[in-house]
Design a protein around this ligand. Sequence first.
Ligand SMILES: [Fe+2]
Length: 268
Amino acid sequence: MKFPNSTDIKNDLKKNAYTNIPLSIPEGAIQNAVDAFMTFAKSPEHVKENYKLPTKKGANKCDEVGYKHYGTYNNKPSDIGWFQYNRKLLPELTAQHRSHTEKEMVEKMGIVYEHACVMFSKLVDSLEKEFPGLRKKLYDEDSDIPRFSMLRFLRYGTKGAEPDKYLGFTPHYDSGSCTISLAESGPGLLLGHERRSVAPPVREEGHALMFCGLYFYKLTSDDFAPSLHLVDPHANKGVDDDVARWAVIFFVDHDEFKKCDVCEKIHW
Ligand SMILES: [Fe+2]
């Protein structure tokens, strides 16, 4: 499948605030990892606690791996949770394994991450022609993974969260450089340039949706303005009795922006 060139990507972003890029991940790999995470999410709290890895002060968001609850519902933790993976911190994740099932889950997530990195690399190749030096800004020398990148598996429980207690339900910009939505269980994502114009994106078959975080334009040009987006909490059809929705998202960031004021206020 042909990868879009820089001009096509810019035109799409200008028009729609997102672009479709070929999803080159082996069939079934995403679903396998999602299924493993859904099983893990049903684990007793003490099992999940193993993967609540401490956040290091000043760490980039991409370097926060493991499991996390998000949002509240009636002042209690919501049933929205995510698991974040990156290769750099794989040893930290591996150290938490208590069972074969958990080991398998992390391995399955790793397969998706590795392929997402290849997809992102193709995106960089496409843009590098117009923005020479982009790769150097995002990658360490001789590395095939972006210096700051992370794969997030998001699970929305059927109980959900109060919209004002969960950032994803309110219009926001991602604080990273680049966001790639690899897969979602169903509609719900709304994207646009401004609040009035957010709309469901059209995902072409076999494609992922790429859109810009707050600072990708600083690495490229003003054509890569951040995309406003949210998840409509009422659009979820429901995966099963416990799960309303899931999404698998790949994030890339750049260390230069981690201490930026706006980043501190707008969290993923
Ligand atoms: Fe977001």
